[in-house]
Design a binder for this molecule. Structure first.
Ligand code: SIN
Length: 282
């Protein structure tokens, strides 16, 4: 197994490995997991495995979950289909910086994404290292956000374009989640900046030490949240991956955010993602 870092900040390509083999081989799986934790996202090319093998490999990390809005393969529960075609010209989802499913009380640990069909040009995915984003924050900001918590909403993201009844039903099923703005990585102990495109507001900003008069609260909180969310946009924290059919990305969803670049319509793009259930952030 060869590991080729793609930047000094995030991302490595793993060469000489067959992921189907890692389903049975504990040493190989352990080495892939360790590489993932070190580089945050790892990439492999020419992985010609079946959907059953895709699910079996991802299951080595933990239980899988479906997505309430994006459909799954009916024969392989846990394998979410991210299929974009010219028939869905207004489908804007996946096109914001996010960590998957932070609107859940226990967001995903990570995901294994395979490219089934890539557009002839475009359709790359980008990832940002949110441990590095935290580390590089000014000390004054680190102090300011140390005890803050924030709300994450499926209603305000996937639900926003739905008719009201459907949106409210989605919210009833998946009430907004509250997470620390700075979470601790359960495996590495690192601090992670943990706000993204699903985050709507801080829940404990409005205290006497931060807010002199009521009118301080909204602009103060909104400007700070916007600044924190924008850290993922900084190129020095990012890696960008060009897809081919049978390329695979495996990412640590706790320590990263990602952005699927929507620069390929009217072409097709088909991806399949196994999302691995994670822990309640602390
Ligand atoms: C995702 O947001 O999980 C999917 C990324 C992609 O389609 O490249």
């Amino acid at each position: 197994m060869q590991i080729k870092p793609l930047t000094c900040a995030i991302g490595a390509e793993i060469v000489g490995v067959d992921l189907a083999e890692a389903v049975r081989n504990d040493d190989l799986f352990g080495a892939i997991r360790e590489t993932l934790l070190r580089h945050r996202v790892v990439f492999l090319r020419n992985q010609r495995f079946s959907r059953a093998e895709h699910v079996a490999f991802a299951r080595r990390f933990g239980e899988l979950e479906d997505h309430p809005v994006a459909g799954s393969d009916p024969e392989h529960p846990g394998l979410v289909r991210i299929y974009k075609s010219p028939d869905q010209p207004n489908d804007r989802y996946e096109n914001c910086w996010h960590s998957d499913a932070t609107w859940r009380a226990a967001p995903q640990f990570g995901a294994v994404l395979r490219c089934v069909q890539s557009p002839p040009v475009g359709g790359d995915t980008m990832w940002a290292n949110m441990a590095l984003a935290y580390e590089r924050l000014p000390d004054t900001v680190k102090t300011q956000i140390a005890d803050l918590r924030a709300r994450h909403s499926i209603e305000a993201s996937f639900g926003a374009a739905m008719p009201r009844e459907k949106r409210l039903a989605l919210k009833a099923q998946f009430p907004d989640a509250e997470h620390p703005v700075v979470r601790t990585h359960p495996d590495t102990g690192e601090k992670i900046l943990y706000v993204n495109g699903f985050t709507t507001h801080f829940t404990n900003f409005h205290t006497p030490d931060r807010v002199r008069f009521g009118q301080d609260a909204n602009p103060g909180a909104a400007d700070l949240l916007r600044y924190l969310v924008s850290q993922a946009y900084i190129p020095e924290f990012q890696v960008r991956w060009r897809w081919e059919p049978d390329s695979v990305a495996i990412w640590d969803n706790t320590a990263t955010q990602h952005y699927a670049v929507m620069d390929y319509p009217p072409c097709h793009r088909k991806m399949e993602r196994a999302g691995i259930i994670g822990n309640v952030p602390f």
